[in-house]
Design a protein around this ligand. Structure first.
Ligand code: GDP
Length: 295
């Protein structure tokens, strides 16, 4: 299923799977094998908690006699890792509120998501709600023009919530299928940003009371665990439904997906892996684990 991604994400899969393949050929699972497994997982940004839990699980299987050789290790890892990613998926929604700090790939993702739905024949409206950064609005406008997608843009320094209000209004009156809202990401004014996002959520809830909203956070995969505190901050204020892992093409650290599931308990729903509009994929946990293990 993920095969077509391989060229772009090759780095991730090969770094993980080539090292694991070596373990899968062992005739027994000894202390050295476990240490090597631990190192591979930690180097891939899987995180201490998940890695230790996984190693303990493998040890238990070995002690119980249900895991004896490297060849069986693959199955044990497949089951364990897939289970780790079992989190309730956000409900289907036609409204996307994209949040994340500047530089995390939010605007690029907004364009990709819009393109994905437009390709499916949906009528899509983008909303550029970062009114403080002219460049952000320009960037999204350029994407919209290039991809032939409609966009709602506010004036410089206009209240972002009022741009969102106008976007919601247009969504209703012009019968759009999909609404994608790009927001600001100035982390230096944390409190203010969170208040702004909370207000935007209130506006959507008031204007579109019959719609659920998918609030998704863009997380730069290259930052690894460093971005988890930020994710938690967003989650505490505006209740995230899912995570978009961006810049997956630039990292060999595919384990971050498991660390996110374990620490944040928020499902990864999309991965984004380049600067072309079609470099977006709905996250599928079974396929992802299979690719990591098979390479
Ligand atoms: P924003 O500030 O969160 O809206 O981030 P942008 O969408 O402007 O992205 C920041 C930079 O990262 C830009 O130079 C993008 O071209 C680049 N970028 C975004 N997504 C990806 C990705 O998936 N892979 C790579 N390699 N670069 C990306």
């Amino acid at each position: 299923m993920f095969n077509f991604l391989k060229n772009s994400l090759k780095n991730i899969y090969t770094q993980f799977s080539s090292k694991l393949t070596n373990l899968f050929t062992r005739s027994s699972i000894d202390e050295d094998t476990l240490n090597e497994l631990k190192t591979i997982l930690l180097q891939a940004d899987t995180g201490i908690a998940t890695t230790n839990a996984l190693i303990n699980h493998v040890k238990q299987e070995v002690a119980a006699g249900t895991l004896t050789a490297g060849a069986d290790l693959k199955e044990v890892l497949r089951d364990y890792l897939t289970n780790q990613l079992k989190l309730p998926a956000p409900q289907n929604s036609s409204i996307f509120l994209l949040v994340g700090i500047n530089g995390s790939g939010k605007t690029t993702f907004a364009a990709k998501l819009a393109h994905m739905y437009a390709q499916q024949g949906k009528k899509v409206l983008l909303v550029a709600a970062d009114t403080f950064r002219a460049a952000a609005q320009e960037q999204l406008s350029e994407w919209a023009t290039k991809l032939n997608i409609d966009i709602e843009i506010g004036k410089a320094n206009q209240d972002p919530a009022s741009v969102v209000y106008a976007g919601c209004q247009r969504y209703l009156t012009e019968s759009y299928d999909i609404l994608i809202i790009d927001t600001a990401g100035r982390l230096q004014t944390k409190t203010y940003l969170m208040q702004e996002l909370e207000k935007i959520k209130r506006v959507i809830a008031k204007k579109l009371p019959d719609h659920s909203v998918n609030t998704l956070l863009t997380v730069d995969a290259m930052l690894g665990q460093n971005s988890f505190d930020q994710a938690q901050l967003f989650h505490d204020h505006i209740a995230l439904d899912g995570i978009i892992l961006t810049k997956m093409d630039g990292t060999g650290k595919g384990g971050i997906v498991f660390a996110i599931a374990q620490q944040l308990k928020i499902p990864v729903v999309f991965i984004s892996y380049g600067e072309q509009p079609d470099q977006i994929k709905k996250f599928d946990s079974t396929g992802y684990v299979a690719e990591l293990l098979e390479g």
